[in-house]
Design a protein around this ligand. Structure first.
Ligand SMILES: [Zn+2]
Length: 99
């Protein structure tokens, strides 16, 4: 699944489709057919939105990307806190007056 920045929704991307009609039309223009074949080979890897056919697809919606970023930061903060706590406990143990 990819997020389409134009449709503003998650879509199932489609690959460029080979069009015989275009190929034949372009063949009449001389090297157009070869150009189209080359274009197709190059562009085949690009995925497009199945609704509006834009190539402007992202992995996550801007909202989701923000959430993911926050989650990451939260986790990092948690880890920091854990290290701090462990450190404090260690210091406490050393500084404990051995009662
Ligand atoms: Zn779209």
């Amino acid at each position: 699944m990819r997020y389409c920045t134009l449709c503003k929704r998650y879509i199932e991307p489609v690959k460029n489709r080979w069009s015989w009609a275009w190929f034949i039309i372009l063949c009449f223009t001389g090297f157009g057919g070869i150009g189209y074949a080359l274009y197709h080979i190059i562009m085949k890897k690009k995925k497009r939105c199945s609704i509006c056919y834009t190539k402007q697809l992202t992995k996550y919606s801007p909202g989701d990307a923000e959430t993911k970023k926050l989650e990451k930061e939260e986790k990092r903060e948690e880890r920091k806190q854990l290290i701090k706590n462990t450190k404090n406990k260690f210091i406490d143990t050393i500084n404990g007056d051995g009662e």
